[in-house]
Design a protein around this ligand. Sequence first.
Ligand code: ACM
Length: 752
Amino acid sequence: MGIRLATTLLLLLFAPACVCAQAPLSQAVATQAPTSPALIPQPRHWQRGEGRFVLDSGVALVVPADTRSREIADFLRRSLADDHGLWLTARGARDARTIELRLDAAVAGEEAYRIEVAPQRIVLSAARPRGLFWAVQSLRQLLPPGRATRIEVPALRIEDAPRYGYRGHMLDVGRHFMPVDFVKKQIDLLSYYKINTFRWHLSEDQGWRIEIKRYPKLTQVGAWRDEQDGSRYGGYYTQAQIREVVEYARQRNIMVIPEIEMPGHASAALAAYPELSCRKQPIAVPASWGVFEDIYCAGDESTFEFLQQVLDEVVALFPAPYVHIGGDEAPKARWKESASSQQRMRELGLKDEDELQAWFVRRIQRYLAGKGKTLIGWDEILDGGLGKDAIVEVWRGDEPAASALRNGNRIVVASPFYLDRALSDLSLEKLYRTDFAAAPAFAEHAAQVLGAEAPLWTERVTPRNAEAMLYPRLLAFAENTWSGVGDYPDFQRRLSQHYPRLDAWRVSYGPEATDVVGYRLERDPAQRVWRVHAQRGFSDLRIHYSTDGREPDATSPWFEDSLEIARPGTLKLTPYRHGRAYARSRAYPLVAHRGLDREVRYSLPAHPRYRGNADTATLSDGVLAGDEHADGRWTAWAGGDVELIVDLGAPTVLRALSARFLQQTQSWILPPRHLQLFTSDDGRRWTPGAELALDVDAAELRQRYHTPRLVLPQPMRARYLRLQIQGYGALPAGHPGAGSPSFYFVDELVIE
Ligand code: ACM
């Protein structure tokens, strides 16, 4: 998802956690207005009363007779046991203190509720069970965390209702698979904060995650990929597991909306069934990120037969009245070259491929409508014309939002709430203060604005670091969509009372305004050591490390701010907090060689964005770059040929030089065509040493490294080495950037 690719930058700010102003106690007693209860989201109205209700096992639950109300009462009973170890065992004795659940049509609103806490009873009222359930969640939040057999609840009245009816979180399980237990834990948390929609992004280029009985290869083939490191990665949900999650969510007031991507982001499905693509050629499930040109072929009836049969099984699993069909980032190159697609366009009188996609979407929309489902799609579904009944999920800003609203569509706004954005870039406060409906078009069409969604795309997210991306930002999002933009310091005050709850649930929430950790690794040539600095988002974060290539665990040695390493090896770093890993390990291969710490000069300046940390000679610092081309360790040129000259300081016996080149064809990065090595005693007169032509397959879409080694005919003494690099040149025909210069990315010149 090109424009979302987040560059993770080192973050130098550290925002203090809540430093809440405290009035001196005596004054507080005299003048302080009562503080609002620590509810998130903040309720619309609240008022303190006299006295307190004592909650203990003698309290009886009084519940309406309908099934859902009884289920909600059971949920409350189980939550009190789980949260506090408190079991309500009383059986409704006449004079008992009670918690009463009451369906009361006077509490107007689909999700509205009222809570009245008085010394003898607590009454939770709502017109509908949905509101009643939220009342239970608010009551849970009113109770101080921790185990207790007796809890005093101050008298209070709350009247509450949400501002928006759609408050969603989308989880991408395609890029990285999230196990059922992880998903259920998130549903518990979403529900606790009254986020009422879980959008399950179940199909992606890099993985198809939902069992479809009619098409078993979708999961046999499409759920698995071969990673760059040779490992096999994948996973999927069986239909039984999907049902289990949907039911788990229903009990917790959450609607689950599936997303089955079409026509693009479909590589995994096409790897399973290549006949659904226009080229009908086998492809692999990609193991790299980006936008892929192979999409479902719009010209072939078999495509629709497949999609409809898939959707038949999907709609049977998800009772929600909506199905999300993606629709974003669908390149049209294959449709342009496909005879059947072009034929379809002629038959239908469509003027371009955008109109063909619009026709595709309308066709699926009609099919879903026949099943009683409303189509939702990303805002590209507007291109080429869209029927009013579809719901548009806006991810590209206010302009597509305004066009969808003008077109008469209902919308869900995602653009400002992308949780894959670094914490340092989308801080808790920034998210909290985002008025997503501020543009004038929103006021003119207010009834069409259903609400908002916070997606978590997972190119760089696994179950290990997902919670740090989700929380506490989802709490701010919950309040934003339920209550509107409020008073941030007051939100922080309430939030500080939620951290102990999140800790108790072992939620690995992230910092509020800084990334969990940022590393800076530098070579100190004077001391002949590598030094790693950790910018930590929490003062109690520890960096556990290893140097032997093994994954660090909680028993590995650790440091806080910095560490010096004298010997080569693979340095692996994993941040831990509260005994839990907060991110995948970060690996730095450290190598020693004759060129280490030597000066390298370039005949042509490197690309300003890719020349390493300005203070480090990345080609001779002994640190091998990783698979992120923007990791600050690669040095790159955008076309042209370059000479790299290494001054070894004194005549040295030399045998060979190897260098590393990156290939990321889709990012326009190709290895060079040709390398030639020269030696010299004085840096002026050069002796040819060795040369090598690289075997480059510019159609290779998998990321790979090329590590050519140029060997001198015999060992020789020289002070200078010169590596002459001839770039690949223009991107070849068939590449989206055909004709433009390719980049080459080089790292460490390893000299033997
Ligand atoms: C998207 O982020 N491509 C919807």
